[in-house]
Design a protein around this ligand. Sequence first.
Ligand code: FE2
Ligand code: FE2
Length: 266
Amino acid sequence: MHRVVWLTDLHLNHCDDEVVDQLFLNVNSEKPDSIWISGDFSESFQLLRYLRWIDHVFDCPVYFVLGNHDFYFASIQMVRDQVSELCSQKKGLVYLSESAAIPIGSDSCLIGHDGWSDGRLGDYERSVVMMHDYTTINDLAGLGKLDRWTVLKRLGDEAAAFLKIALEKAIEQYAHVYVMTHVPPTRGSCWHNGAISDDQWAPHFTCKAVGDVITQTLRHHDEKSVTVLCGHTHGEGVSNPKNNLQIITGGAVYGKPMITKVFEVE
Ligand SMILES: [Fe+2]
Ligand SMILES: [Fe+2]
């Protein structure tokens, strides 16, 4: 059995170091074989500090993706490059957006990518939601609504292209594939306050491109199964769009980082 502690949307910059210390103690007390973190650690200025801290405090591997907040006040590529550089020095930190499948247990594996809300579900054109992303991430700041949509779709497509290759390979080799990504990949997994997000919010909280890749790949593999672990909406929920596909969205509260789920993989 492989014991996993999954965390999401910690937003560690919203709390004191003592709270972070306590969270890490709680994680260690679960005696995990690996720790999975699905993004929104903090914001770009503090991200490397927290990743170094995580590397220092845990003995087991930490597999993670980044969330939109991790890019605040920087460019996406700059943050990804910095994280990549750090992971090349810290073997216990594995950034899934640039990693091959990680074997977990006897016949499962883990793949992942940051993902990005691509504005394709809900009603982007009529949505009046203005995410902080659109003013604080260099790639998006200063763009008009339609030009921003073009970038959002490109970012979603990049995530989908990476996961398509990774998932097609993984599903040939393993009976079960875990996919970790920050952004819910379907409308049905876009939970907020116990309900599915409406047309105003869904464009900013889902990555349709990634969802399409997962469902299309599974179409040819009825005998295999996929579990998606995501966050971003801060609303917890579980959806089962197909018999062999489960999507678990982790909840979160700013200032109160917590363990999302502890589970074992055979
Ligand atoms: Fe978040
Ligand atoms: Fe997020």
